[in-house]
Ligand binder design. Structure first.
Ligand code: IMP
Ligand code: MG
Length: 192
């Protein structure tokens, strides 16, 4: 395209390796959705997505769940631009999801150190009086766990590598990639 910077690279070309393509992600989410449908059969659910990373997962997963369902979201940050967790979880909102007496399923893109999910689950449990709280994550880096927490539903286990795409970002970008992959080193800034 005229006027475009040369050498910035197509978004897909910035990936060194694709871990999960669209078909793999779709199949995994369809399977998770049917398990959730079976597990909550006869009931209803409130899905609470963790912004921003959980948004694509939310949109695809809810269409695989055949139950009466409500949606809400929660906004937190545990990353501050780099490729490793900062260790603190900041809640960006005062209003917590209205889930009193309801079965809640918290969705996030990835379970890494576990601090984010642990903080959110704890907060909902303590302050929102739900009937139950469970969790679903698309990815899990088990080797990195700093807090003893596992999700009730996990899509894929991965190793200790930084991934982007399908909701996962590096410095706010790459969430719109339809696949999940590892960024080429030249697109990661040196950490100061
Ligand atoms: P935790 O609190 O360390 O479990 O971190 C969870 C959050 O860190 C996720 O919601 C992601 O936003 C972010 N995160 C962890 N690993 C990655 C990654 O490989 N790529 C992009 N974001 C990540
Ligand atoms: Mg996130």
């Amino acid at each position: 395209m005229n006027g475009m910077l040369s050498g910035t690279g197509n978004l897909d070309e910035r990936l060194e390796r694709i871990l999960f393509d669209q078909a793999k992600i779709r199949d995994c989410i369809a399977e998770m959705g049917s398990r959730i449908t079976d597990d909550y059969a006869g009931g209803s659910l409130t899905i609470v997505a963790v912004l921003q990373g959980g948004v694509l997962f939310l949109a695809d997963l809810i269409r695989e769940i055949r139950l009466p369902l409500r949606m809400d979201s929660i906004s937190v940050a545990s990353y501050h631009g780099g490729t490793s967790s900062s260790g603190t979880v900041t809640f960006h909102q005062n209003r917590l999801p209205d889930v009193e007496g309801r079965d809640v399923l918290v969705l996030d893109d990835i379970l890494d150190s576990g601090r984010t999910l642990a903080a959110i689950m704890g907060r909902i449990q303590e302050d929102c009086r739900p009937r139950s709280v469970r969790s679903a994550v698309l990815l899990s880096k088990k080797v990195n766990r700093a807090v003893p927490i596992e999700a009730d539903y996990t899509g894929f286990e991965i190793g200790d590598e930084f991934v982007v795409g399908y909701g996962l970002d590096y410095q706010g970008e790459y969430r719109n990639l339809p696949v999940i992959g590892v960024l080429r080193k030249e697109w990661i800034l040196p950490e100061s």
